[in-house]
Design a protein around this ligand. Structure first.
Ligand SMILES: Nc1ncnc2c1ncn2[C@@H]1O[C@H](COP(=O)(O)OP(=O)(O)OP(=O)(O)O)[C@@H](O)[C@H]1O
Length: 593
């Protein structure tokens, strides 16, 4: 390639870094000593694979490079044009070079059928397949009559289908319990734990975990609430999991490197049953760590909803593993999908919308706009008038909360009152984002709170949300705190999942922000009686159907959607699939047959 083109090539990358089109870590990865010796063509492929991994893809279809199928007009199109002008077969040159193999050698790039990978993601996918296969085949030969046990302990509490799920979870060493919100997953896990405890001849270690602290606390408390009403012997009570911990903490995964000392963990972790909730949020890397560090005889149960948001890191593992096409007459023995919803009644619009969003192509979404359902309200968000009306509505609701705060003294009741209602935004920035909504409500409540009009962060009734797990204060990412003044002294009150109230001086809190509105990502694992979803009046490819599904499924009773109809229709048809070879490999290797 001519030196002037090479200069142009690297100049484009540098500008992209400045414009933040390319993450600066990725930029320095590509121009560090080792990689910068590679040809521009190889650098282009590596840089695009790193960029795509940051957007969740563990690989890229080869055609993206050959037929320039790179979707969005971005820096990579410009780089592609430079290298293709120089050599029309540039991609074949790259994949036939020493830097690319079929995975048998440890080369930076790996070609596997129609995809091209960075080695580490190709290795992770294959390791996961291998470990899932080993795990799956470890089916316990049980003489135990599960049917009798299920009849004895679960008869009036869960339905026939749910009992069937309990039975399969007891039989298999690897099990996937799938279902939307309110389908009884937590109940099933509770009764499964009850039976496991009852039939265990020795003390068993049951470990509850999830990708977020909030999710694992919610699961632990719900299960504890269900089981504490059961007649359980004193020695059995000790086996009921009282404290769940996050996957990062359980496997000692370093946040910065996303790595852990697998050999040490494997030796140390004596877990008999591992139950992982909100499994849709497990990334490729974390899945590899889980399967690598867990002993062969440990029973693993993945619980989750494949339609919810995947991990913010690379891979949407649960969906790829569970959505493989089975061969005719075969049963997906270790996968169980719960369909019946106990949270919503049959006329529920929320349930209608949740089921519609599970389909590839959504047909009668217009029922939402024609106000057919009482529990789903759609408000047009087109004009500035619509926007101002929305703000008024939101302010009106929170005014009720505000009056409640100024009447009641009980922090627990105040937090429950606040948690009944939530404004969910897709984004943080801009007039449709959390920052603007929070600022608007802050200004309003500061004004009515202290006549001096002094701009203070803290005021009576102010809600905040914790942004990072705080192990010292035992606060989890997503926990809501309310500022309450008592005799001019302010404290921040938190309602822990144990049901206990904890209060802190604001000075010892950190990593928090105002929480009148939060993002949909932050709301994962939580539920609210009434949810308001604010959709911007423009479309971005980041606004996926999964994001909207996750927002809708946070509501227990009512959803109000503030959206421009056209934009909303684009979002609910934006199936953002993440590229991965897992599904194909599972089908070809038939590992779950
Ligand atoms: N078979 C059943 N009969 C009656 N009520 C049920 C049954 N199964 C579950 N429920 C009720 O439905 C509600 C939701 O159950 P559960 O919390 O187990 O669902 P879930 O799938 O875990 O929900 P989420 O994913 O939103 O946490 C609970 O109030 C539960 O008591």
């Amino acid at each position: 390639m001519l030196s002037k083109n090479i200069k142009k090539f690297f100049k484009i990358i540098k500008i992209a870094k400045k414009k933040k089109e390319i993450n600066c870590i990725d930029y320095y990865t590509c121009i560090n000593k080792k990689i910068s010796n590679y040809s521009p063509e190889v650098i282009l492929v590596i840089l695009y694979l790193i960029y795509s991994a940051r957007h969740g893809h563990s690989c890229i279809p080869k055609k993206h490079f050959v037929k320039k199928k790179i979707k969005r007009k971005n820096v990579f199109i410009k780089l592609l044009n430079i290298v293709s002008k120089n050599n029309i077969n540039w991609f074949n040159t790259v994949i036939s070079s020493m830097l690319c193999s079929n995975g048998t050698q440890k080369t930076p790039l790996v070609i596997d059928k129609k995809y091209i990978y960075l080695y580490k993601y190709w290795y992770s996918e294959n390791k996961i397949i291998e470990l899932l296969y080993q795990k799956k085949s470890k089916k316990k030969k049980n003489k135990i009559e599960y049917k009798k046990l299920i009849k004895k302990y679960c008869s009036n509490y869960i339905d026939k289908n749910q009992k069937n799920a309990v039975k399969k979870a007891l039989i298999h060493n690897l099990f996937f319990l799938l279902g939307g919100p309110g389908t009884g997953k937590t109940n099933i896990i509770a009764y499964l734990i009850l039976i496991l405890i009852k039939i265990s001849k020795k003390k068993i270690k049951i470990q509850l975990t999830a990708p977020t602290g909030k999710a694992v606390n919610k699961l632990t408390q719900s299960i504890y609430k269900i089981l504490k009403k059961k007649n359980i012997q004193k020695n059995e009570k000790k086996m009921i999991p009282k404290e769940g911990i996050t996957l990062h903490k359980l496997f000692k995964i370093q946040k910065e490197t996303n790595k852990n000392n697998a050999k040490y963990i494997k030796r140390k972790k004596k877990i008999d049953i591992l139950i992982i909730d909100e499994s849709s949020m497990i990334s490729l890397n974390i899945m590899e760590i889980i399967l690598t560090c867990i002993k062969k005889k440990t029973k693993i149960i993945f619980v989750g909803d494949v339609y919810q948001l995947p991990s913010v890191e690379t891979g949407s593992i649960l969906k790829k593993i569970c959505n493989f096409k089975k061969k005719k007459k075969e049963k997906k023995k270790i996968f169980f999908v719960l369909k019946k919803n106990y949270r919503f009644n049959k006329n529920s619009g929320i349930n209608f919308l949740i089921n519609q969003l599970k389909k590839k192509k959504i047909k009668d979404i217009n029922k939402i706009y024609k106000k057919k359902y009482k529990d789903i309200i759609w408000k047009n968000l087109n004009t500035s008038n619509d926007y101002l009306n929305m703000l008024k509505k939101i302010k009106l609701y929170y005014k009720k909360y505000w009056n409640y705060v100024n009447k009641k003294k009980n922090p627990k009741k105040i937090i429950h009152k606040f948690n009944k209602y939530r404004i969910l935004c897709i984004i943080n920035k801009g007039i449709f984002g959390t920052k603007k909504i929070n600022q608007y409500l802050d200004n309003y409540f500061i004004k009515i709170n202290n006549k001096k009009k002094k701009k203070e962060f803290w005021y009576h009734g102010k809600p905040i949300i914790i942004k990072k797990n705080n192990i010292f204060l035992k606060l989890m990412n997503g926990d809501i705190g309310i500022c309450l003044y008592k005799k001019k002294k302010k404290k921040i009150y938190f309602l822990l999942s144990t049901g206990k109230i904890k209060k802190f001086n604001p000075e010892i809190l950190f990593h928090y922000k105002t929480a009148w509105s939060t993002t949909i990502h932050k709301s994962q694992g939580s539920e609210f009686l009434s949810v308001n979803i604010i959709i911007p009046n423009y479309f971005s490819n980041k606004f996926s159907k999964e994001l909207f599904y996750t927002a809708i499924s946070r509501a227990q009773k009512k959803v109000t959607i503030y959206a421009n109809k056209k934009i909303l229709n684009k979002i609910i048809n934006n199936n953002k699939e993440r590229y991965s070879g897992l599904k194909k490999k599972i089908e070809e290797l038939n590992i779950f047959s």
